[in-house]
Design a protein. Structure first.
Ligand code: GLN
Length: 193
């Protein structure tokens, strides 16, 4: 299995090492042709406005949209979740969205005072044996929050009563950074490895 990791900006190197720890190969995706022979894709965290500019500059937006629509496994974390949401609230006017997941997400939803924190995320038992019922260590960095979940969206992880990890079809989105921990369960779930 070959996993593409969008490598324009942000926390992509940590994703590469998680995927390699899980025994899959990785491809750093910087141009449309890099997506040609990958089986799954990760859109990392970072800064969605900067990522959006990089995507525009590299001429990759349509290739990314087709990849997401193809039904291949996709994991979007933090800014990656913002870019994959159908609707981005508090985005910049010129920010482009990959879209594909029927959610609305608000950028920087936790405000200045708590702009970064760690908290236990309760994973939902999806029936996948890879998820034992112990909390996932959630690293939230200027995190966004889901404000609307479409009907076919399933919640995969909760922070109290707030959905912080969701899945729709073959796409998993987290508002936190699973790549910054040693816990590989969400990568395994999202990528099917
Ligand atoms: N606040 C960032 C944004 O709007 C996301 C933060 C992150 O990815 N850690 O893009």
């Amino acid at each position: 299995m070959k996993v593409g990791v969008l490598a324009l900006q942000g926390a992509f190197a940590a994703h590469v090492s998680v995927v390699e720890r899980l025994g899959a190969r990785t491809v750093e995706v910087r141009r449309p042709e890099h997506l040609a022979d990958v089986d799954a894709l990760i859109i990392p965290g970072g800064e969605s406005t900067t990522l959006s500019m990089g995507i525009e500059r590299s001429g990759m937006i349509e290739t990314l949209r087709s990849f997401v629509a193809s039904g291949a496994p996709v994991l979007g974390t933090c800014a990656g979740a913002i870019l994959l949401a159908q609707e981005c609230l508090d985005g910049r006017d010129d920010q482009i969205q990959i879209t594909g997941v029927d959610v609305a997400i608000r950028r920087n939803a936790f405000g200045r005072q708590v702009d970064s924190f760690e908290a236990d995320v309760t994973l939902v038992d999806t029936g996948a044996s890879s998820i034992p019922p112990v909390p996932f260590p959630g690293v939230f960095i200027r995190a966004p929050a889901f404000e609307r979940l479409g009907e076919s969206v399933e919640v995969v992880g909760w922070l109290g009563s707030e959905a912080v990890a969701i899945a729709e079809g073959s796409v998993v989105l987290t508002t936190f950074h699973p790549e910054l921990t040693t816990d590989t369960r969400l990568h395994a779930l999202a990528l099917g490895i």
